[in-house]
Design a protein around this ligand. Structure first.
Ligand code: 13P
Length: 322
């Protein structure tokens, strides 16, 4: 899956960093660039949209969701309203968006959305995460997932343990395991059908500021072991976020999991990346029409690499393909 559901705020931040004007038309052009990439459907089966995007059209007047469906890519929709500071818990966030969710899901369904996404954010730091933060976030995830299943929309349940910080891979393992175990107990209590959801977790990886960074095989092993401890086998698929990893690292990690643990995985292990697929294309595009074709080639290539990694068939030579 391709996550292309950045909120306007996040999309504008990425545009600003790449020197692209932060306008509604630029966001529309960029999303058109993505969905009209030739051959994207060879690697991508679903694309997560943002509210603004699902209401937009290509310059030829075709709704973005229709372009995807025509290519055999299922449109999905981000339905959370963002992670906000949690009152009374400095440094921690809880995700908003349950109010009015039933009506919004019904509307998105008429627009073609068949799955949804809700992201909870867990930070690692001094004495955090607290249990209160984890509980508030998994409660919202469970209520969201129940609303989706009621509407016959597949929930992607995303509890993201952030890479920010100088924590070790062991610390990421322990906290990810705790979050997932509490999450699945909550999903059980809220009567979620595990067979009708997708989990979107972080990989188990050292913080970006940690002095010890682990090998590809170590990250793959820690991630698979953590998931085996905490994710029921009834869940059909686990689709990782990339979390700010370099695109090639994200491909390598996913590849190693599928290659090294092929016979131990009860679920499909795949990707639902945003930055790890989009970033090179965005940097090259720079908002210029003349760069669209080249940018699409980069997007196509990253999606190809990740689709190969999902089968454990990625290798370095694929990076040289243009
Ligand atoms: P990244 O792959 O950039 O982490 O984004 C995935 C996502 O959808 C975050 O909600």
């Amino acid at each position: 899956m391709l996550a292309m559901d950045e909120s306007n705020l996040t999309c504008n931040k990425r545009f600003a960093a790449a020197g692209i004007p932060q306008t509604i038309e630029m966001r529309r052009s960029y999303r058109e660039l993505i969905v009209t990439t030739p051959g994207l459907n060879e690697s991508i089966g679903g694309a997560i949209l943002y509210d603004e995007t699902i209401r937009q059209q290509t310059k030829n007047g075709v709704p973005i969701a229709d372009v995807l469906m025509k290519a055999g890519i299922i449109p999905g929709i981000k339905v959370d309203m963002g992670a906000k500071q949690m009152a009374g818990f400095p440094g921690e966030k809880v995700t908003d968006g349950l109010d009015g969710l039933r009506d919004r899901l019904a509307e998105y369904k008429t627009m073609g959305a068949r799955f949804a996404k809700w992201r909870a954010v867990i930070a690692i730091g001094d004495k955090i995460p607290t249990n209160s933060c984890i509980e508030a976030n998994v409660h919202a995830l469970a209520r969201y997932a129940a609303s989706c299943q009621e509407a016959d929309i597949v929930p992607i349940v995303e509890p993201e343990v952030l890479m920010d910080g100088n924590h070790t891979i062991q610390s990421c393992f322990e906290i990810t395991e705790r979050v997932l175990k509490i999450l699945f107990y909550q999903l059980y209590k809220y009567r979620i059908d595990f067979g009708g959801m997708i989990l979107k977790p972080n990989m188990v990886i050292a913080g970006t500021g940690c002095t010890v960074q682990n090998s590809v095989d170590e990250v793959a092993e820690a991630t698979v072991n953590c998931l085996l401890e905490s994710v029921p086998a009834a869940v059909p698929a686990v689709a990782f976020l990339s979390g700010g990893q370099f695109p090639e690292d994200a491909s390598k990690h996913l590849n190693a999991m599928n290659k090294n643990f092929q016979n131990r995985l009860p679920w499909i292990l795949t990707f639902s990346f945003a930055r790890a697929i989009q970033q090179p294309a965005l940097d090259l595009w720079k908002g210029q029409a003349a760069n669209v074709e080249q940018a699409q080639k980069l997007l196509y290539k990253r999606a190809k690499c990740d689709a190969a990694a999902r089968r454990g068939q990625y290798n370095n030579e694929m990076e040289n393909f243009n």
